[in-house]
Design a protein around this ligand. Structure first.
Ligand code: SAH
Length: 268
């Protein structure tokens, strides 16, 4: 096992536990805490900035505590990843959810029988991508847009694909409103990737296919890294693949439970 797998040993037990909850959780979305109306990004916002106006001191404090907990239970995470988790207002990606749920280390329902990933899982997957700041990243499974927002603060550009149209549209609107300008959302089937924009320096799957999709491997740049959960519902492994010419190295990161990557387009 690579050193990264060892340092994530503790966290992966958590991943298994709460990703289970996430996968089993019922659909629950609402409008209770949705910020009113569209808003301009904070003044002086650069690409990827989040507006302080919608993010109060209580939310910041709760987020700070959550990130401390993530750092404690998952030693060895890149401090840059932790800094971004401290900054991106997860509760604004979970309308209708109170701060206690938004800043607990759990997956949570976002409607359409999908979930926003557990913060520890977001931290581990983001860390595993080894972003330096100049990459173009493809994400499969936009969901709420939270993971894309996190990636956008650590990479040059994030292109993200969501198969459930209402989720993708909501995430697109939310990311634009919050000022994440280096993210584009496509409604479509992630199994096809985004051929017009390929190759990608990094690819992240946040839904689990039964096996690694060949099309996505083709769309990975030479030297690029792909992180994905792969396998059937109760037998999934999170892994990192690195492309070296025609060869593909694989490192196993641990057992997980994600929602399945579907190939039909049921809600378009
Ligand atoms: N990254 C998200 C959470 C992802 S949940 C966040 O930060 O909130 C997994 C998402 O993958 C769901 O929204 C689901 O609809 C989507 N999905 C499943 N199969 C897909 C496919 N073939 N192509 C694109 N998206 C898919």
């Amino acid at each position: 096992m690579a050193p990264i797998a060892l340092s994530f040993g503790t966290a992966l037990a958590l991943v298994v536990a709460s990703a289970w909850l996430g996968a089993l959780a019922a659909c629950a979305s609402g409008d209770g805490e949705r910020p009113a109306g569209p808003r301009a990004p904070a003044s002086g916002a650069t690409a990827g900035a989040s507006p302080a106006s919608e993010d109060g001191p209580d939310a910041r404090a709760a987020r700070g505590r959550l990130v401390e907990q993530v750092a404690r239970t998952t030693p060895g995470l890149d401090p840059k990843v932790l800094a971004v988790l401290r900054e991106v207002p997860r509760h604004l990606f979970m309308p209708g959810t109170g701060l206690a749920d938004a800043y607990a280390d759990n997956a949570f329902p976002i409607g359409h029988r999908q979930t926003i990933s557990q913060p520890t899982v977001v931290a581990i997957m983001t860390d595993a991508l080894r972003l330096r700041g100049d990459e173009r990243v493809l994400e499969i499974g936009t969901g709420s847009g939270y993971q894309a927002a996190v990636l956008s603060r650590l990479a040059r550009e994030v292109d993200t694909i969501e198969i459930v149209a209402p989720l993708g549209e909501e995430a697109r609107e939310r990311l634009a409103r919050l000022g994440y300008r280096n993210v584009q959302v496509r409604i479509g089937d992630g199994y096809r990737g985004w051929p017009e924009l390929a190759p990608f320096d990094r690819i992240l799957l946040t839904a689990a296919p039964p096996e690694l999709p060949a099309t996505l491997v083709e769309q990975l740049a030479d030297g690029g890294i792909l992180v994905a959960p792969v396998g059937e519902a109760d037998d999934q492994i999170l892994a990192r693949w690195t492309k070296h010419g025609p060869a593909l190295d694989r490192e196993l990161l641990g057992g997980v439970r994600f929602v399945p990557m579907v190939s039909a387009t049921p809600e378009r």
